[in-house]
Design a protein around this ligand. Structure first.
Ligand SMILES: Cc1cc2nc3c(=O)[nH]c(=O)nc-3n(C[C@H](O)[C@H](O)[C@H](O)COP(=O)(O)OP(=O)(O)OC[C@H]3O[C@@H](n4cnc5c(N)ncnc54)[C@H](O)[C@@H]3O)c2cc1C
Length: 363
């Protein structure tokens, strides 16, 4: 007989559970109904009474570890809290959101409970046995896993299930008190690069360098490859000019900036660099897998480890001097065999000419 524990945590405000936590509650409820198993929900937050009432209609036993030490993510306190809840609930299956807060500690908690863990779970089936569908190798392979050993921890990818909703009502929460030794890590706050609305960047004339070049909401992903900093037909490198062309294009199009690995790595080996690029811009197997309606690769060869990061890009175009590059081998919808310096310069002129119209229509 299985017993289900859903582990949840509050968001930064401390006033509600995260969306990922509520998705995990949905999964826990479905699972306990299908398996006819007991459901417990564990809460890690500063004040459990603030976040617990939204779980009133979940009809579950509620456990919590609460207090100022649990307001913010910290390895030692989060791992201790999750472990204490697991020891109190003694579950056979633990479902938790794959948030950065829980992903960091859950393998350790599984180890302390002599259990095993699956990460990047997208679905949980209950055909003959409990089965977890999960991704491997940066979302390139999907597998269905089943295990005999318990407790089995399942970290659920966000966005895969509906968030639990229910009328808030008074609830009974069993608080577990744990004695933490003095914490070495004190969270003072968090800092993120300034991200602004694309439309406001477009119309303000602001320098994209100061506006953040990674714009998940943009329609277009513009990818810069290492070719921008290679010797060109005149035998010279034009890295400064390349940087200006790219920034101008980002400025007038509002596109998000991606990069190949070769280009972002160049700073390390003394080659010319584009100062506004960091490893956060890198797209591919060892980089990110962004989602945009369209993508334009420039001066990039289109090798598999790079293009695998384009799997969620809708329409793909590329500008490359090499008629034999990876893009022309079926990886792009349209390839312009052309000099990207010339194409982007011309595009910038066209976009600049359209700018007043864009600005007016935005108003
Ligand atoms: C384990 C592993 C993981 C990897 N992970 C990643 C990853 O996550 N992301 C990633 O990007 N790569 C990754 N790589 C590296 C990848 O295999 C390629 O080496 C890399 O993507 C090549 O980058 P590039 O196309 O920018 O550079 P290059 O291969 O140097 O290609 C530059 C291109 O620019 C073209 N060019 C030059 N000048 C112009 C011009 N004026 N106009 C138009 N075209 C021009 C050239 O013809 C050439 O095709 C990984 C490799 C390994 C082994």
């Amino acid at each position: 007989m299985e017993s289900i524990l859903v582990l949840t945590h509050s968001d930064e405000s401390g006033e509600q559970l995260t969306r990922g936590s509520l998705e995990a509650v949905t999964v826990g409820q479905e699972l306990s109904a299908r398996l006819n198993a007991e459901l417990t929900i564990g809460i890690v937050s500063e004040i459990s009474a603030t976040v617990a009432p939204c779980l009133a209609s979940a009809k579950a036993r509620l456990l919590a570890v609460a207090g100022p030490d649990f307001a913010q993510p910290r390895y030692a306190s989060d791992a201790a809290a999750c472990e204490a809840i697991c020891r109190a609930a003694q579950p056979s299956i633990v479902v938790a959101p794959h948030s950065s807060r829980f992903a960091r500690v859950m393998a350790a908690v599984a180890h302390r409970m002599h259990g095993c863990i699956e990460t990047h779970v997208t679905a949980i089936g209950t055909a003959d046995k409990v089965e977890a569908t999960r991704w491997f190798y940066r979302q390139r392979m999907e597998a269905v896993v089943t295990r005999e050993s318990r407790p089995w921890f399942l970290l659920l990818d966000s966005g895969t299930h509906a968030a639990f909703t229910g009328e808030a009502a008074p609830v009974e929460v069993e608080e577990i008190v744990i004695n933490l030794s003095q914490q070495r890590t004190n969270v003072l706050g968090s800092r993120t690069p300034e991200q602004r609305e694309i439309s406001s960047i477009k119309s303000s004339g602001a320098d994209p360098l100061n506006c953040g070049t990674i714009r998940p909401e943009a329609e277009l992903l513009f990818v810069a490859g290492a070719g921008w900093t290679k010797k060109q037909s005149d035998g010279k490198i034009h890295a400064v000019e390349a940087g200006e062309l790219i920034l101008k294009f980002l400025h007038s199009s509002g596109a998000s900036l991606g990069s190949s690995k070769s280009l972002v790595d160049q700073g390390n080996d003394g080659s010319p660099v584009l100062a506004f690029l960091t490893h956060l811009n890198q797209v591919g197997q060892t980089g990110s897998t962004p989602r945009h309606a369209k993508g334009l690769a420039t001066c990039c060869h289109g090798e598999e480890p790079h293009v695998v990061g384009w799997r969620f890009i809708g329409e793909r175009r590329a500008i490359s001097l090499d008629p034999n590059c990876g893009w022309t081998r079926g990886k792009a919808d349209v390839v312009y065999v052309a000099d990207a310096f010339q194409v982007i310069e011309r595009l910038n002129v066209i976009l600049e000419a359209q700018r007043p119209a864009l600005t007016n229509s935005a108003n």
